[in-house]
Design a protein around this ligand. Structure first.
Ligand SMILES: Cc1cc2nc3c(=O)[nH]c(=O)nc-3n(C[C@H](O)[C@H](O)[C@H](O)COP(=O)(O)OP(=O)(O)OC[C@H]3O[C@@H](n4cnc5c(N)ncnc54)[C@H](O)[C@@H]3O)c2cc1C
Length: 455
């Protein structure tokens, strides 16, 4: 049943850096209700923004008009088990699963596990909705894996005129390639067809290393396991390196992480105590180098085995702001060396490590991975500390390497620059003008990053 709230309070994203006061919030549970919301808004001359879990750091879902919440559109709409992987899909693909847009990644992982299935790859957390995550190009790490959008083979969308369309690489392929990482600018996604793989386990190996040791082998580093990443604490030479190796679902060769160790390391050290470290650093920035040295020294090696989602995802309760760019993988070493030079020179008071990940190319026109293998470099700053000078420095470095910013993370680029970074940008804008000529789904962030609608 369609619910609405005509006098909603203010809305804020996960990080608290974007707040707005929507004129109305509509809660849709079906595609028909989504179409009804869009038609009524259009007739009343209003604008609409779909919203997921609000985990984006950019004002992509912000609105002072109609906010369309699809959080109640959850669960599966159908499962097709396959004899063989369809053309273009990962070779181990064994099922195509229609997932409703508001399903969180956490809920999706649970339901897939109950079917003996899994997402091929995931990012760090699972609170995002599938539609929100895919719409902004959410990714994890793994040179032979794309971001989440690369596993989506079809979309059901309600367009601005209220019509329901299904698109894929075969059907309405321009709409599919434009709308897949589409920021909710091409229509409201009501369901996504995900190409899933058999459930699998992973062996996680985490160990401290020196930054120089990683940089010395940066060309081969991403191939040292299926999913590789590292975190570098600015002002130190220490990194926390993570190597995750895929295992069969029935592989019982490894040991799980003891519950006490998970509580100690992932809850207490990485969250509760870390909050205290960050608070101290924010109030006394001169302590930051010493705090980072302690954080970096507290890293210890560990190896454990668990279900894939339990290795990919970890709790992140310390709130931060983030910028992240995708850069050509060949530039990885140069970019990290230059960041080290710039950050060391300025002695920036940053208590969060830089996160460095790798991913393969995909074919979504607005995906950071469009036809390019990337290194992803993310800078985080604690919410109570000023992020501006820090993000400016890292963005200046990224700018020199054709950096494509994550659509859901803070950045300063506009449509003119993004048009140079995405070869099919103009095609995406053409499709947008066809499906939303009157700008029903516009907001100021979309105006900035996609430009005016040229119908
Ligand atoms: C703690 C934390 C960890 C993170 N980790 C990662 C990570 O590891 N990797 C990574 O790449 N990113 C990561 N992110 C970023 C996050 O994945 C993205 O910002 C994602 O978009 C958030 O999903 P959401 O459901 O919160 O969407 P929202 O932020 O609510 O919305 C995102 C965009 O999607 C649009 N949208 C939402 N629903 C629909 C719909 N049904 N139809 C059409 N458009 C829609 C919105 O209009 C908006 O433009 C992280 C963010 C946080 C806060």
């Amino acid at each position: 049943m369609l619910r609405m709230n005509d006098a909603p309070g203010s809305w804020s994203n996960w990080a608290g850096n974007v707040t707005c006061r929507p004129g109305r919030v509509e809660y849709a549970t079906t595609a028909i209700e989504v179409a009804d919301v869009l038609r009524r808004a259009r007739d009343a001359g209003r604008r609409v923004r779909p919203v997921g879990s609000g985990h984006s750091f950019t004002p992509c879902a912000e609105t002072d008009d109609v906010m369309l919440d699809v959080a109640a559109m959850t669960g599966l709409d159908g499962v097709e088990h396959l004899e063989a992987a369809p053309p273009g899909a990962r070779p181990e693909t064994c099922a195509r699963v229609w997932v409703r847009a508001g399903t969180t990644l956490g809920a999706l992982n649970s339901v897939l596990a109950s079917l003996g299935l899994a997402m091929p790859n995931l990012g760090d957390v699972d609170g995002q909705t599938l539609a929100g995550a895919v719409s902004t190009g959410t990714h994890g790490t793994g040179l032979h894996f794309t971001g989440l959008a690369g596993f989506v083979s079809a979309l059901r969308l309600v367009l601005a005129d209220g019509s329901l369309v299904e698109c894929s690489r075969e059907e309405q392929s321009d709409l599919f390639h434009a709308a897949l990482v589409g920021l909710g600018a091409f229509g409201v996604v009501v369901a996504l067809r995900v190409d899933c793989v058999p459930a699998f386990r992973m062996r996680a190996e985490e160990r401290p290393e020196s930054l120089d040791a990683v940089l010395d082998r940066i060309e081969t580093f991403p191939t040292e396991a299926d999913h590789v990443e590292f975190f570098w604490f600015p002002g130190t030479d220490r990194v926390a390196a993570k190597f995750n190796t895929r295992l069969a679902a029935d592989d019982d060769s490894g040991r799980p992480l003891p519950a006490w160790r998970r509580r100690l390391e992932d809850e207490l050290l990485s969250n509760d105590l870390y909050e205290g470290v960050n608070r101290l650093g924010a109030t006394m920035p001169r302590l930051v180098p010493a705090l980072n040295a302690i954080s970096a020294r507290s890293l210890s090696a560990r190896t454990y085995t668990a279900a894939s989602a339990d290795v990919f995802v970890s709790p992140r309760r310390v709130r931060f702001r983030e910028t992240e760019y995708a850069l050509p993988i060949e530039a990885a070493g140069e970019v990290v060396r230059e960041l080290r030079r710039e950050l060391d020179r300025r002695r920036m008071p940053v208590t969060f490590p830089l996160e460095v990940r790798f991913a393969g190319a995909d074919d979504a026109w607005l995906s950071t991975g469009f036809e390019r293998r990337n290194v992803y470099v993310a800078a985080h700053q604690y919410v109570r500390a000023d992020h501006r000078a820090y993000f400016e420095v890292v963005e200046d470095v990224f700018a020199a390497y054709e950096g494509r910013p994550h659509w859901g993370k803070m950045h300063r680029l506009d449509a003119a620059r993004l048009g140079e970074l995405y070869p099919r940008f103009a095609d995406a804008c053409r499709v947008r003008a066809q499906v939303d000529p009157d700008g029903l789904l516009r907001n100021p962030y979309l105006d900035r990053v996609l430009g005016p609608i040229d119908a």
